[in-house]
Write a protein that binds this ligand. Structure first.
Ligand SMILES: [Ca+2]
Ligand SMILES: [Ca+2]
Length: 568
């Protein structure tokens, strides 16, 4: 049976959608090119009685000679989708290319404005399931109210394919209809932090979103020591103390930077300049003994410190003043992670390479622990996902964790809610999901209170803008629960002799955790990410977990004990 594209376009399907072709017809699919023939066939199938048979043109002249397209599939903006299908190619050696068409695409990466090609698939001779999930720039990150999926199978001449059970699955939970009350930071269950800045007070909704703190201005030298010898720590104390009270990571920002330095340093001798910087660093070390991250040198490529001649100048490395700064910081802050920080990196692979040259000089002496990239709106708004990935790859090749330190996005024009949201949705996951990105810090979030116009994502009355609603939804989705290759498990004291039993092990549905005075049980995956599971007394419901090895952390009053179990 050969069916041509004559089915009405008015059919729409809501995701989750599955096409199993058991009605014996194409179920609304359109034949765009029929190559060597397209039919719903009983010759072979993955399930049921029917599958779609596609035969490519034997001449090989038309590269994609046989093409099928789904009817419109209803999607939801900001939701993530997974596509899977079963296929086989007679004799193996087949190639299929999928593409998506969205009602709304933000950018174009190698296709038309609305069509995004997914990587080609090699199709073997036996039935197998093929899956795409979460492909940047494709309708799998749905941009609008609908999408279509197209299957091209003409690359290999005269090849016969069977396709069955084509599914489009919505991976994003719906936002709750009622007013959302967030009670824990968005990244509480993740292996990387999502932080924000604190200025002169802690906003009442800060802890409902963020779990890392950078002081906005209070740690800059010109703020701390506006008048020589008169140190103002109050706003810095506030930010640091809040971070420590909540168990958040604290980023000190910043020591050696050519902006917001005290005016009085320009009249000092080089020796005095150097002594003043050492004093500043010493006083910070004494006052804040548990700083997690330090922006030792800020903006070396764009706004190098005005005292750089006094602390080593270019020297033999070309960057001796930076080496001096990191040596001094390593000596004074042996327990802190030392970072460099700059803007103009995420949008510029050449700048990223120059930046890495500095990093490599510091790595020779083991002086640097992380790379900060600011990612402000003037860089991030207009940078393509492809460039972002390219830059992240250049930075990740150093082997160091990358921190997005000052993210903001304004939309076009600045403050436009829809375009800001679309930019967030497109760009934030590229940063967040990179395995070398260990944390992301936004540079403000309240409209009217951010340094760059239009970058707020929550109104001053607490109303969330679309970008914030999306961010909250994204952080609650599985798509955001990605590994951080530098994730450090917390340094809980682990006693050796376990005081509890786990059985059965391996297990497939329920675990029993038996022990005296078990107060709390937590389950972590192999990446150290906390998994939410259901507990009933000593029973742990693991039915929803994928197969694999998991860590149990049991708190039983006498201490914290760990054990492993295998989900089979
Ligand atoms: Ca079927
Ligand atoms: Ca001083």
């Amino acid at each position: 049976m050969l069916i041509l594209g004559c089915i009405s376009f008015s059919l729409t399907y809501a995701a989750d959608t599955m096409f199993d072709f058991e009605s014996g017809i194409l179920e609304g699919w359109t034949v765009l090119n029929q190559g060597g023939g397209v039919s719903v066939s009983q010759e072979d199938k993955y399930a049921g009685s029917y599958s779609v048979k596609m035969v490519s043109d034997a001449s090989g002249e038309d590269y994609w000679s046989v093409q099928l397209e789904t009817p419109l599939i209803t999607t939801k903006t900001s939701h993530l989708y997974k596509i899977s299908f079963w296929a086989k190619a007679i004799g193996g050696g087949g190639v299929i290319r999928l593409s998506t068409e969205s009602a709304y695409q933000l950018t174009d990466e190698g296709g038309n404005a609305d069509r995004q090609y997914l990587p080609e698939l090699n199709i073997g001779g036996n039935w197998a399931q093929y899956t795409y999930q979460d492909v940047y720039g494709s309708a799998l990150r749905a941009g609008g109210s609908s999408m279509k999926l197209r299957i091209d199978a003409g690359k290999i001449p005269g090849k016969t394919y069977f396709i069955d059970n084509v599914e489009i699955i919505d991976l994003t939970p719906d936002l709750e209809e009622e007013e959302f009350v967030n009670t824990i930071p968005l990244a509480k269950e993740h292996s990387k932090f999502l932080g924000n800045i604190i200025a002169n007070n802690v906003r009442s909704n800060f802890d409902t979103y963020w779990n890392q703190i950078t002081p906005e201005n209070a740690g800059k030298w010109g703020s701390v020591e506006y008048t020589r010898g008169n140190m103002n720590w109050s706003a810095l104390d506030l930010a640091y103390n809040h971070a420590k009270a909540k168990g958040y990571k604290f980023r000190f920002h910043t020591f050696v930077w050519g902006s917001q330095e005290p005016n009085w340093i320009s009249s000092l001798s080089p020796a005095e300049q150097k002594a003043e910087m050492e004093e500043f660093m010493n006083l910070v070390a004494q006052r804040y003994p548990a700083i997690d991250y330090i922006d030792v040198v800020n903006e070396p490529l764009h706004q190098p410190s005005n005292i750089r001649q006094a602390i080593g100048g270019d020297g033999t490395t070309g960057w001796d003043w930076i080496v001096w700064s990191f040596r001094k910081a390593r000596q004074l802050f042996p327990n802190s992670k030392l970072h460099i920080n700059d803007y103009g990196i995420i949008n510029d692979p050449n700048a990223a390479r120059r930046y890495v040259e500095i990093v490599k000089i510091l790595q020779k002496e083991n002086l640097i622990d992380g790379i900060g990239i600011q990612c402000h709106e003037f860089n991030l708004n207009w940078t393509s996902v492809a460039t972002m990935r390219n830059v992240l790859g250049i930075l990740a090749a150093t082997g160091l964790p990358v921190y997005v330190t000052e993210l903001d996005i304004s939309g076009n024009p600045a403050g436009d809610e829809d375009s800001q949201y679309l930019m967030y949705r497109e760009k934030f996951p590229v940063l967040w999901e990179h395995e070398s990105v260990a944390g992301v810090t936004l540079w403000g979030y309240v409209s009217g209170a951010t340094w760059k116009t239009g970058t707020g994502i929550v109104e001053s009355n607490g109303t969330e803008r679309k970008a914030m609603k999306w961010l909250r939804s994204y952080m609650a989705s599985e798509a955001s629960k990605v590994p951080n290759k530098f994730y450090e498990t917390s340094s809980v004291e682990v006693l050796q002799a376990p005081k509890f039993e786990i059985y059965p092990n391996p297990a497939s549905d329920f675990l029993t955790v038996k022990g005296e005075t078990v107060e709390k049980i937590e389950v972590f995956d192999a990446f150290g990410k906390k998994i939410s599971v259901n507990f009933k007394d000593e029973m742990v419901d693991i039915r929803s977990l994928p197969k694999g090895l998991y860590l149990l952390v049991v708190d039983n009053k006498e201490g914290i004990f760990t054990g492993k179990f295998l989900k089979k």
